[in-house]
Design a protein around this ligand. Sequence first.
Ligand code: ATP
Ligand code: MG
Ligand code: FE
Length: 335
Amino acid sequence: MRVLGIETSCDETGVAIYDTEQGLLAHRLFSQIKLHAEYGGVVPELASRDHIQRVLPLTYEVLAEAGLKLQDLEGIAYTSGPGLIGALMVGASIARSLAWGLNLPAVGVHHMEGHLLAPMLEPEPPSLPFVALLVSGGHTLLVDVPRIGEYRILGESVDDAAGEAFDKTAKLLGLDYPGGPLLAKLAEQGRAGSYKFPRPMTDRPGCDFSFSGLKTFSLTTWQASAQTEQDKADIAYAFEEAVVETLFIKCKRALEQTERPTLVIAGGVGANKRLRQRLKDLKAQVYFPRLEFCTDNGAMIAYAGALRLQAGAVEPAVIQPRPRWPLTELEALAS
Ligand code: ATP
Ligand code: MG
Ligand code: FE
């Protein structure tokens, strides 16, 4: 089954074609980073307007790359939540219209299920069951996954998401937008042991996280320092180390608690080099998506949608995005 996937939940337009027999045929991404940079964050209305301009041209590009015509598609998948309502509305409207015009089945995909399944697009995908660590701009979740679609939350952030903490700390240190990857880059110049940051919530049982304190800790440490470039890099290093160590400790706990042999990492912070390196120390098989599929993309939506359509998912032809949508409300796929 050849499925077109459309991602428009935030500030990147992603389009891809996944074939359940041949795998990923083509994918394209347009990032709106430049559009939002001068505002220091995503401006929802600008995001929606830009998605409108990008979705169809990207669709024709992936079709051309795959050597296909619109008529060759057999299903359409789109992100229907969670995310920015206007941005979701654009993807849902275009996807539903295409499906209506081409007389194809369409399915709304949960953005975090998309992230979670992204490692399945790699040449050697993980096998189920596994524990998943979802670390993105809006979510920090540890999830037990007995089968696709059945998601048991083991722990989550009680305040900022890991990516959000990276972005906000970067801003406090005066880095450009979007700060997460820049902070990670700056940390490469930092010296080990210059500063010792806390490992939030590791001294109590469970797998929940709290990252907002690290942001404040970074700011007060910066203010108390001589504020040289080296201090900034050292603080970036200590901040990143604290996030990575905290994630490591909680992943270890989740694996012990569930007795799963496999850990899957997904979401934008999964692109972080130190995190990728450190999690390899766990006594588990650890899987990541390729770097470009850690952050938002159309491929993960095409893939997740293809699984659901292939399993016979049928949805009414209505445009009804869900800006808030708990992962636990999804239906499990028959395995
Ligand atoms: P969500 O998926 O929760 O709706 P989102 O789609 O905005 O949020 P993603 O696209 O998955 O999130 O990831 C973006 C986040 O990943 C940003 O917060 C960004 O700072 C962070 N990020 C990307 N690369 C790195 C990196 N190398 N190190 C740390 N953080 C990173
Ligand atoms: Mg983004
Ligand atoms: Fe995302």
